[in-house]
Design a protein around this ligand. Sequence first.
Ligand code: NAD
Ligand code: DAU
Length: 356
Amino acid sequence: MILVTGGAGFIGANFVLDWLATHDEPVLNLDKLTYAGNRENLASLQGDARHIFVQGDIGDAELIASLLQQHQPRAIVNFAAESHVDRSIHGPAEFIQTNIVGTFALLESVRAWWNGLVGDAKAAFRFLHVSTDEVYGSLAAADPAFTETHRYEPNSPYSASKAASDHLVRAYHHTYGLSVLTTNCSNNYGPYHFPEKLIPLMIVNALAGKPLPVYGDGQQVRDWLYVKDHCSAIRRVLEAGRPGETYNVGGWNEKPNLEIVHTVCALLDELRPAAHGKSYREQIAYVRDRPGHDRRYAIDASKIERELAWRPAETFETGIRKTVQWYLANPDWVAHVQSGAYREWVQTQYSGNDTP
Ligand code: NAD
Ligand code: DAU
C-alpha cells in the first residue's frame, strides 16, 4: 500500500490512475478536496477495491496517525498543496497553511509512526515530496538551466511556501534519518488540468469565444512536461532514488507563453474550427502582467536521466495534441469544474484587467 496525498488534484489524480493501471499495489488517497480537488478525476476507479479515498487534511495529525497505523504504507507521495501562483498573490495565507504548516504536520506524524517501525519496514519506507522548479527563482535568457544545486531564490508566496516545505523535508532526513526524496519538476500539462492554469484556460476560453489573456508581453518562458511523464519520473524516483537526494524533472521543452497560446489555437483551428470562421488567435488579449512575474524557468534533467535512466515518453508536439484532444472529448468535465467558485476566481483575476 502507498499513501498519496492530494490525489484528487491534477497531477495526483493522473498519478493514481497511472499507478493502478500498472501496479496491483493499492493506493490510499488522502485529499482535502479544496476547489482544486475533484473526485470526478477518479471516476474510472469507482468500485476498484485497490483505491481507498479519504477526505482530509495533511495537517490533521490525529487523522494521519490513525491512517498510518491502520494501513502501514510502505511509501508516501506528497502532492497535497495550494498550487496556483496567481491565487498566492491574492491570498497567501492558505499557501502558508497547507504548503508549510501542513507539510510540517505531515512530517511530524510520519516521524512519530516511522520511529515505531522495526527492521525491513523501517528501512524500506520512503517519503517522496513533490516540488517545483519555481523554488529556484527566475533565469535570464542566457543562463544555464536549473540544476539540483542551484540556489533557492523563490519569488512568489507560492514558490516561497514550496521552498520552505522542501527545506523541512530535507531537515527530516538530515536530523531524524527519515528516507525522503524530493522531485523539482517544471510546468505540467495534460488531462484533468484545472482551467485556472495557462494551457487549459486557453483551451476553454477559446472554445467559449472568450478572450485569451496573455500576461505582459507573453515572452515569459516555461519548460513544459506532459503530466504522465512527470508521473513516470515520480514512480522511478520512488523505486530507485537515493534517500536524501533531490531530482529535477523536465522534458527540455522551453517555450515562450505566446508560442504556447499560438500552438493551442492552431490545434483548435484544425480539430474544432471556430464558428466565426477565423483563427482562435483573434481572441488573444494582452493583459496586465503578473506582479513579480518570473521571466524564465528551465530544468536541467541530466541527473535523473543519468542516475535513474528516466526519459519522457512525449515530445511537446505529441503531448499538447493529446491534451487538446482530451479537452475536446470531455466537455462534461470542463462544464462541471467551471462552477460558481471558478467563475468567482475568473472575476477576481481578470475583471478590469484588460489593459497591459
Ligand atoms: P492541484 O492544485 O491541481 O491539486 C492539489 C490537490 O491537493 C487538490 O486535490 C487539493 O484538494 C489537495 N489539497 C490541497 N490542500 C490540501 C491539504 N491541506 N490536505 C490534503 N489535500 C490538500 O495541484 P497540482 O498541479 O496537481 O500539483 C500537485 C503538486 O505538484 C503540488 O505540490 C505542486 O506544488 C507540485 N507541482 C505542480 C506542477 C504543475 O505544473 N502543476 C509542477 C511541479 C510541481
Ligand atoms: O513551474 C512549475 C509550476 O508551474 C508549478 O509549481 C505550479 O504549481 C504551476 O501552477 C505552474 O506555475 P506557472 O505560474 O508557471 O503556471 P501558470 O499556468 O499559472 O502560468 C504559466 C505562464 O503563463 C506564466 O508565465 C503566466 C502565464 N499566464 C498564465 C495565466 C493563468 C498568462 O499569460 N495568462 C494567464 O491567464
